[in-house]
Structures are given as structure tokens and as C-alpha cells.
Design a protein around this ligand. Structure first.
Ligand SMILES: N[C@@H](CCC(=O)N[C@@H](CS)C(=O)NCC(=O)O)C(=O)O
Length: 214
């Protein structure tokens, strides 16, 4: 049986689907809602934390988008997940992004996007301000780093590019000041030119996310 990638349209599952599509990985896709009533028993054995994405393979669940990207890259024999001498550079960007640029995007998107979609309370202006501060600091560094290259690692897209951009497809709701960072914008337009990134859900049964009520 082929591995199954359980996903939704939310940011981390979207990232995993984009990776699978980009690598043309031999997996099936299944829309999932593990937090919906009655779903926990199905998904808890695959991920005790119930979060998606989950890659179900031979009855076991691999969770965390980064681990899934690594697995899909191995599965397809791709250097999208860099190995050998190129690996430390990619790991550096994943690690830095997790505490800086991606974290900043997540903080702001959580307030303006996730909380509003799922009725988790009003936007907290202090949290947004904290996220925007971290965004401006980290986007400045990223902008400088991208000034002499199209991709973060070497001359082709790697998982570092996809991971760094996890929340940018949601900037219509997050409203991060991306336009202040022209090299970041240029880099992102290169990513957005990849169909696997731009519309990973094409052809999949992928219900829309709940709408944000004004
Ligand atoms: N650190 C995890 C985060 C996973 C996570 O937070 N997933 C959220 C979406 S971004 C989720 O499961 N939401 C429930 C849903 O989409 O139905 C990863 O990178 O995979």
C-alpha cells in the first residue's frame, strides 16, 4: 500500500503537500481533520498530538513537516533535502527560521488568521506587535542574505526555501510588511512560480479553511 499524506489547507500540512507535489512523491493524499468530533481515535495512534501533516506508512505515522520532507526526499532520491557537504547550510536555515523568520510569521498569522478562523479569541495587539518586531529583525537579515542569490542553499530550491515560506501563502490574512523587503519578495516570487508551491492542492479533495469573520 502506498504511503498516505494526511493534510489540510493549514500552513504546515500545506507545506508537506507542496513538498510531495514538488518531488512527485509516490504517496496518496487524504484530507484530515483530527480535531473534529469523532476523529481523535483514528489519528491518535498515528500522532499522539493529533496535529497534521502525518505521513502514514506501513501502519506507522510520521509527524512534523520537517521529518516528512526528509522522508519524501529520501523516498524520491532527491537532494531537495540536502545531504553531505550541503547539509549543514540547509540545517542552519531551518534552525534559524524556526526561532526567527518562520516564528515571526507564525505569531502574526496565529493572531490574525488561525484564531479568527477557529473562534479562538480576539486578536491580541501585544502579540501582533511582538511578532512584527521579530519579523522586521529577521526579514532584514533574510533580505541581506538573499541579495546575491535566488535560493537559500545553492542554485536550486531546497527544503529550506519551502520551510522559510511556510506562512507566506497566508499573507492576505497575516498582513506582514513583505513589501519592505524587496529581496525577500523577489525570492518569494521565484518560489511562487513553482506550481507545486503556488497550488499544491490542485486535483485534490481539499475543503476550504473556515472563513475569517470580520
Ligand atoms: N510543528 C508541526 C506543526 C503542525 C501543526 O501545527 N499543524 C496544524 C496546522 S498548521 C494542525 O494540525 N491543525 C489542524 C488542522 O489543520 O486541521 C509541523 O511542523 O508539522
Amino acid at each position: 500500500m502506498r504511503p498516505v499524506l494526511h493534510f489540510s489547507r493549514n500552513p504546515n500540512p500545506r507545506l508537506a503537500v507542496a513538498v510531495a507535489r514538488y518531488l512527485d512523491a509516490p504517496v496518496d493524499f487524504a484530507h484530515a481533520a483530527p480535531f473534529a468530533p469523532g476523529q481523535a481515535n483514528r489519528f491518535r495512534p498515528l500522532n499522539p498530538g493529533l496535529r497534521i501533516p502525518i505521513l502514514e506508512e506501513d501502519g506507522a505515522g510520521l509527524w512534523e513537516a520537517d521529518a516528512i520532507a526528509c522522508r519524501l526526499s529520501l523516498m524520491t532520491g532527491s537532494d531537495f533535502w540536502r545531504t553531505g557537504k550541503a547539509a549543514p547550510d540547509m540545517i542552519r536555515w531551518l534552525s534559524w527560521g524556526k526561532g526567527n523568520f518562520v516564528q515571526a510569521c507564525d505569531m502574526v498569522h496565529f493572531e490574525r488568521g488561525t484564531k479568527q478562523r477557529y473562534g479562538l479569541g480576539p486578536v491580541d495587539p501585544a502579540k501582533v506587535a511582538e511578532g512584527l518586531d521579530l519579523f522586521n529583525d529577521s526579514a532584514s537579515l533574510l533580505n541581506a542574505a538573499l541579495s546575491d542569490r535566488d535560493w537559500l542553499c545553492g542554485d536550486a530550491p531546497s527544503y529550506a526555501d519551502f520551510r522559510m515560506a511556510t506562512f507566506l501563502p497566508f499573507n492576505d490574512v497575516a498582513g506582514l510588511p513583505l513589501a519592505d523587503y524587496p529581496e525577500v519578495l523577489r525570492w518569494y516570487s521565484g518560489l511562487d512560480a513553482l506550481s507545486a508551491w503556488r497550488d499544491p492542492f490542485v486535483g485534490l479533495d481539499a475543503p476550504a479553511l473556515p472563513r475569517i469573520l470580520a
